[in-house]
Design a protein around this ligand. Structure first.
Ligand SMILES: Nc1ncnc2c1ncn2[C@@H]1O[C@H](COP(=O)(O)OP(=O)(O)OP(=O)(O)O)[C@@H](O)[C@H]1O
Length: 352
């Protein structure tokens, strides 16, 4: 469904070059749900916008849904759906009419657009909302309407840019079910960007991890976690000063990797969690430190990312960690900036 080789995009900003995407090779097969995971600024949206013809690559080639990205961008657009972070439905429009108008832009007859739209509303849990204005919908309903719009012309491949950002945890889990249903019941191939690890873990068949514009790992969530190996010990302390001391202690455990100290939290990977935990309890006791909590767990995708890049996805912004789904001020500001940028140049290059 998607085959890209050496895809790259450079932006010029105040005489400086930003290599947002730096030679990406990727393959997505029909019927897969593939997650593009990476921290803020890693190059996810830029890659997505190239694959959906909204942005011309500076280098590289790709076929998307059987069409050459450079030679046949119109063919690509006809065959794919794209759901941007900012959504596509006008807040004041009637939801059903908006979807039908959208489908008719693709040359679909009104009768067919209405029939397919009704069916999409039913399968995406939007029954009863045909006449509703998007501005009067919940966040989850709006996102499901955005996805319905992306599927209005029955594409076999749909791109979702951070589909659950800003939703509460229940609405996120509900949307994951709907996205899985698209694949299971309609055979739709889904390529989505996310910086939520739990989303990539629960929803995706395969994950591509991107950092600084390059793919740094790919595989099923389980295969990626198995690559890390060992166990992770996590210590929560009351004071950051204690965390620094504990960081030095855990670094001395047999076979331990370099520990990660973040605020009052310390994480370290060790070959055997059980025996290391016992040794650490003795060390902490000897140093007169009483932690708030101490636990050992199997590696998560965050540990995979930490091992690959030396950074935690959690460090890269609010809500990017363990599934906190509600928006805080930082999140809103970031999304606001993003919306402005995406809306400003959402048209395909060359159409301006
Ligand atoms: N139009 C542009 N002009 C200049 N630089 C840009 C432009 N678009 C993106 N960039 C830069 O390219 C890099 C990658 O941005 P991109 O939006 O693709 O990242 P991302 O992984 O989608 O991040 P996020 O999770 O915040 O959406 C960033 O350094 C960004 O500042």
């Amino acid at each position: 469904m998607i085959h890209a080789r050496g895809l790259a995009r450079t932006f010029r900003k105040r005489r400086q070059e930003v290599r947002a995407v730096d030679g990406v090779d990727l393959d997505v097969e029909a019927g897969e749900i593939v997650g593009f995971l990476g921290p803020n600024g890693a190059g996810k949206t830029t890659t997505l916008r190239m694959l959906t013809t909204l942005l011309r690559p500076t280098e590289g080639t790709a076929t998307v849904a059987g069409c050459d990205l450079r030679k046949d961008p119109v063919g690509v657009r006809r065959r794919i759906g794209y759901v941007p972070q900012s959504g596509a439905a006008h807040p004041e429009a009637r939801a059903g009419e908006e979807l039908v108008d959208h489908a008719m832009l693709y040359g679909i007859s009104k009768a067919q657009a209405v029939a397919h739209g009704r069916e999409l509303f039913e399968s995406l849990d939007l029954h009863g909302l045909w006449e509703r204005q998007p501005k009067a919908m919940s966040g989850g309903q709006k996102r499901r309407l955005d996805i319905a719009m992306g599927l209005a012309h029955e594409p076999g491949l749909v791109f979702l840019d951070e589909p659950t950002t800003g939703l509460d945890p229940q609405a996120r889990a509900n949307l994951w079910e709907h996205i899985s249903d698209l694949r299971d019941h309609r055979g739709t191939t889904v390529f989505l960007t996310t910086h939520y690890m739990d989303e990539a873990d629960s929803l995706c068949d395969r994950i591509l991890v991107i950092d600084h514009g390059r793919i740094v790992a790919e595989g099923t969530p389980d295969a990626l976690k198995a690559r890390v190996g060992g166990d992770v010990i996590n210590v929560e302390l009351e004071q950051p000063e204690e965390a620094a001391r504990v960081g030095a202690l855990v670094g001395g455990l047999p076979g331990a990797d370099a520990p990660s100290v973040s605020g009052t939290r310390v994480d370290v990977r060790v070959p055997h969690g059980g025996s290391a935990l016992m040794a650490l309890v003795r060390e902490l006791d000897g140093a007169g430190i009483t932690p708030l909590s101490l636990e050992t767990r199997r590696p998560s995708l965050d540990d995979v990312f930490l091992g690959l890049t030396g950074r935690s996805l959690r460090e890269d912004g609010p809500g990017s960690g363990d599934g906190g789904g509600t928006l805080d001020a930082g999140d809103r500001e970031r999304m606001g900036e993003k919306h402005a940028r995406v809306r400003g140049d959402e048209r395909p290059e060359g159409s301006r």
